[in-house]
Design a protein around this ligand. Structure first.
Ligand SMILES: Nc1ncnc2c1ncn2[C@@H]1O[C@H](COP(=O)(O)OP(=O)(O)OP(=O)(O)O)[C@@H](O)[C@H]1O
Ligand SMILES: [Mg+2]
Length: 259
């Protein structure tokens, strides 16, 4: 099962990626979490010790040059678009609590269609992980489909657009759906997050167009306290029964598709 999580900034992508990762790890699955948001924060959310010491792939200059034939940041240089990546998961993944994590990092020249060696290496590695890994793969993405392409579309079983009760996040989800469909991703679904009342949920239902909502997460004091008290999502979910049930419902929905 491979899942990409996307949505507007601050909507709860990393939170949901982390909750799903913990939940699957707890039930005995091997989980591979990929942080492909340029502003990496998944390591901390997953409870990795010293997340600041994890070097993102985009900053491994020697490795990028070795694999692509060009230095990172180099524009206009020739570089390999299909670098060797098969051995990279073992080399660069970190492990904590049954969860493996690979942090991709930011690509300075950003934007879709970025042609630089680090972006080529990240894309090739994500492609490899999506096509070859037999783990539960969860990708925490920025708002968009960068790093995914037509060749990986079939391997993404679900793309989850996280929405909150606000038009901006809903508009972002609709835009993501269009982009995702353009590259051939089929199952684009939504998770409604930070729900404080039934009106919040109704608001999302009213404005979200043709994207199935597979579950919702209430606004949770224990999630809000994560930043405040520097705890992680595993601890938060253990202390909040409603949250636990809501995560379970999302997982059950995802698992209805036997992949
Ligand atoms: N259900 C929730 N209840 C309360 N707070 C929440 C909930 N979901 C997320 N948050 C809080 O909202 C903030 C943003 O969440 P998170 O970092 O997961 O979003 P994101 O989409 O990954 O953000 P970014 O775009 O910056 O990567 C965090 O402080 C998080 O603790
Ligand atoms: Mg995030």
């Amino acid at each position: 099962m491979k899942i990409a999580i996307t949505g507007k900034g601050g909507v709860g992508k990393t939170t949901i990626a982390s909750l799903l990762a913990h939940s699957w790890a707890k039930t005995g699955y091997k989980v591979l979490a990929i942080d492909s948001d340029p502003v990496s924060s998944l390591a901390g959310a997953l409870g990795f010790h010293h997340p600041d010491r994890i070097i993102p792939l985009s900053e491994m200059s020697d490795l990028i040059e070795e694999r692509t034939g060009a230095k990172p940041g180099a524009i206009g240089q020739m570089f390999r678009l299909n670098p060797k990546v098969e051995d990279l998961p073992d080399k660069i993944a970190c492990q904590h609590d049954n969860i493996k994590l690979i942090v991709m990092g930011g690509v300075k020249t950003g934007g879709s269609g970025c042609a630089c060696p680090e972006s080529a290496l990240i894309k090739a590695l994500i492609r490899h992980l999506l096509l070859e890994s037999n783990e539960r793969v969860i990708i925490d993405m920025e708002a968009g489909v960068e790093h995914l392409g037509r060749s990986t579309a079939d391997a993404v079983h679900y793309m989850i657009a996280v929405v909150e009760p606000g038009l901006r996040s809903i508009q972002t989800a609709q835009r993501i759906k269009t982009l995702a469909q353009q590259i051939g991703i089929k199952n684009i679904v939504a998770v409604a997050n930070k729900i404080k009342s039934s009106e919040d949920y109704q608001f999302i239902l009213k404005y979200l167009d043709k994207i199935e909502i597979i579950g919702n997460l209430s606004w949770s004091e224990s999630i809000a306290n994560i930043d405040k008290f520097a705890i992680n999502h595993k601890e938060a979910v253990e202390s909040d029964l409603r949250l636990k049930q809501e995560v379970k419902t999302i997982i059950e929905h995802l698992e209805r598709k036997d992949v």
